[in-house]
Structure formats: C-alpha cells, structure tokens
Design a protein around this ligand. Sequence first.
Ligand SMILES: NC(=O)c1ccc[n+]([C@@H]2O[C@H](COP(=O)([O-])OP(=O)(O)OC[C@H]3O[C@@H](n4cnc5c(N)ncnc54)[C@H](OP(=O)(O)O)[C@@H]3O)[C@@H](O)[C@H]2O)c1
Length: 236
Amino acid sequence: MSKNDKVALITGASKGIGLGIARSLLDDDYAVVITGRNAKTLAEAKAALNMDAKVLDIVSDVRSMQDCHDAIKQTIDRYGRLDVLIANAGVGHFAPIDELTEDQWNQTIDINLTGVFNSVQSAIPALKKSEGYIFTIASLAGTNFFPRGAAYNASKFGLVGFTQAVMLDLRNYGIKVSTLMPGSVSTYFNNHIPSEADAWKIQPEDLGQLVSDLLKIHPRTLPSKVEIRPSKPPKK
Ligand SMILES: NC(=O)c1ccc[n+]([C@@H]2O[C@H](COP(=O)([O-])OP(=O)(O)OC[C@H]3O[C@@H](n4cnc5c(N)ncnc54)[C@H](OP(=O)(O)O)[C@@H]3O)[C@@H](O)[C@H]2O)c1
C-alpha cells in the first residue's frame, strides 16, 4: 500500500451489503478493514476479496465500545490512517409488539443504534485527522413504518435522526456524514438466502457503487440522506 492510499473500515462486512461495499472500495484502491463477530466468516470474506495486503479482518462486536476502539487501533497500527467509516452492521427481528421478546428488542437497539454510536464515536479522532467520511446504513424502514416492525423501525428511525445530528456536529471539522436508506437488498439479512428470485432487489454491489460515487463528490457538497429503492419491485 502506498502512503497516499486511503483506508475504509466497514462494520459487519463478512457478507451482504458490507462485503459489497468492500469490493467497490478495493476497486477504488482503498485498503479495507472488515469487521464482524465470526472469525471464520470474516476469513472466508477476506479470501473472497482476494487482495490480502489491502484487507484486514478484525473480529469486533459493535455492541462493545472497547471492541470498536480496538478495531480503530488495529487499523491505524496496520495502515496509519482512517478515511472512511461505513457503520453498516445490523440485524432484523420482526414480530408484532405483543410477541416481540425483550431479547429481540435489546439486540436490535444494541446493534443497529448503540452499535453505530460506538462505531462512530471511536472513529472520530482518526476521521478528524483525515477530514474523512462517515456513512451509516439505515433503511427505508427509517422513514416508513410497518406491522411487525416495532424494534426495527425504532432502531432505523433512531439511526436516521442520530446520523443527521452527527452530520451537523462533524461538518465543521471537514468530516462528511451521510445516511443511506436502502429498500430491499439481496443479502443474508434475517436468515434470508440470496437466490435468483432476488434479481429485482438492489444488489450489494449497487450500494458499493453508490458509496464509491458519493466519495467522489466535490468536498463542498454533501448528500446527507439518500433513499435507494428497487426500480422495478414485483407487483403486489
Ligand atoms: N438487506 C436489506 O434489505 C436491507 C435493507 C435496508 C437496510 N439494511 C441494513 O443493511 C445493513 C447490513 O445488512 P445486510 O442486509 O447486509 O445483512 P447481512 O447479510 O445479514 O449482513 C450483516 C453483517 O453484519 C454483521 N453483524 C451483525 N451483528 C454484528 C455485530 N453486533 N457486530 C459486528 N458485526 C455484526 C454480520 O456478521 P456476524 O453475524 O458474523 O457478526 C454480517 O457481516 C444492516 O444495518 C441492515 O439493517 C438491509
């Protein structure tokens, strides 16, 4: 890696959207740090990316502030800088409120909301130095509510508000902050197995392309909230 190469850390990048974004940023010559809770899945993702020197895999649970700080430290130790944080790790539990368990509620809020707080706060010192960029991966569920969505809607509505406030806090340091709000994406989310039947959905690499394009926008301009939806959803 040359001294001027940029570095991105993507939480929850062992599969799905995070892995798609990692591919795009590698194509743009970034070094990428991928995190997740499972060492084996991360190692498989690293092997699939096939660019060993430019990929660092770190077992890190976004629910732990200590894990988030450790991931930033390992990133700086290895590559010397951090330019982009993609706070992507997230889960979905869907149940009517009278059936939603306390554990499902806590996991959803702890990962999708507090996990983003931990990821963002631990990255700020390094991003101040690089005048970097933070993306949070929210969802259209952060603006559209639906039955069985109490926990997920709460986490993503909260995340959209959090990200907009953080954007105002950090832009004076030269740090850009955007929240991406995708509709259906073909991933392993909520135990889904991607298949040909998902062809109509947004694909992880499409979000990778979006992140890559947003990173190239002139420094004076900031698309702070971006909704992304399948252009041709199946007819109901
Ligand atoms: N798929 C969709 O339709 C869709 C639409 C809108 C928004 N989103 C959002 O996109 C983000 C990524 O989801 P995805 O669709 O790519 O799902 P996915 O295929 O299930 O991938 C989720 C990733 O997050 C990791 N992860 C989960 N909990 C974590 C934790 N506590 N700490 C660190 N990593 C963790 C998972 O690895 P481990 O389980 O091994 O840790 C995995 O790498 C989520 O925030 C989701 O809400 C998804």
